[in-house]
Design a protein around this ligand. Structure first.
Ligand SMILES: [Zn+2]
Length: 266
């Protein structure tokens, strides 16, 4: 490549990044016309042997429960995609993504999200940003009694998720719940739990038609938990007991699939 061409490519890349990327990538990812393109990038979160062992034995099929969930749930809203997403398991990444600010100040958060997007772009090793590819960095940690993992997060701008997961084969299904939750954040879904971690009624309930007081056994994915008979917020054992509620469906543009289904039926 000549210097002039390289310069033009660079300028075009920057232009694409600056102007259209957010709009374009959201159009690509939320169109529901083709499977979601998802890269999973594993990271050893705590430097433990358990985490490196988990990463070593990781297979793309470990995430197939997420595809089954998205396929089943989007079908309820008229989308017919099988598979609903294509997961590529990338090699382990040795670098850690920049940590979010602890105090949550707006300015620091904005600055951090720019920093994260810049970091993801540099990690990709590509000249042009990977538009339309959802990039999920999964940081594995050895489970420690009584110590909760850091908060996972999903950013709509840049289609980036940073997920803290347990390095334990027995936790694969619950890790997939967290990954699916952050994945839907990248598509525009908002949280549906309150400050105490309890689902917000009605949008945070899998079955919002029944009264709030009725005990549940399924969770709305953006609430992540359901209220059991004893009033406690419980995380379901797997995505088989999670649903995409109507509010979340609207936020991730599933209305589009719904409209198309009925338009084609006429
Ligand atoms: Zn969330």
């Amino acid at each position: 490549m000549t210097f002039r061409r390289l310069r033009i490519a660079l300028l075009l890349g920057m232009l694409a990044a600056a102007l259209g990327s957010t709009w374009l990538e959201q159009t690509l990812a939320r169109g529901w016309r083709a499977p979601l393109v998802v890269d999973v990038i594993p990271v050893n979160g705590d430097g433990s042997e358990q985490a490196s062992e988990t990463i070593r034995t990781l297979r793309a099929e470990d995430f197939s429960g997420i595809n089954a969930f998205i396929e089943r749930e989007t079908a309820r809203y008229g989308v017919k995609l099988s598979p609903a997403m294509r997961v590529t398991l990338r090699p382990e990444l040795k670098a850690h993504p920049p940590a979010p600010p602890r105090d949550g100040s707006v300015l620091k958060t904005v600055f951090w999200s720019l920093k994260l997007r810049g970091w993801v772009y540099r990690q990709s090793g590509q000249l042009l940003p990977q538009l339309g590819t959802i990039k999920l960095f999964v940081l594995y940690h050895a489970p420690q009694d009584g110590i909760a993992l850091q908060h996972s997060l999903g950013l709509q701008k840049g289609l980036i998720g940073v997920v803290h997961a347990y390095a334990d084969p027995g936790q694969t299904e619950q890790n997939n719940i967290v990954i699916a939750h952050e994945l839907l954040h990248t598509l525009g879904a908002t949280d549906k739990y309150d400050a105490e971690g309890k689902p917000v009624y009605p949008q945070g309930y899998a079955d919002s038609a029944s009264p709030q007081s009725a005990p549940r056994s399924e969770a709305e994915i953006m609430a992540g938990r359901y209220l059991a008979a004893n009033g406690r917020a419980v995380m379901p054992p797997s995505l088989e007991r999670c649903v995409i509620g109507a509010r979340t469906a609207h936020e991730i543009n599933l209305d589009e699939g719904f409209r198309r289904q009925f338009a084609s039926g006429r």
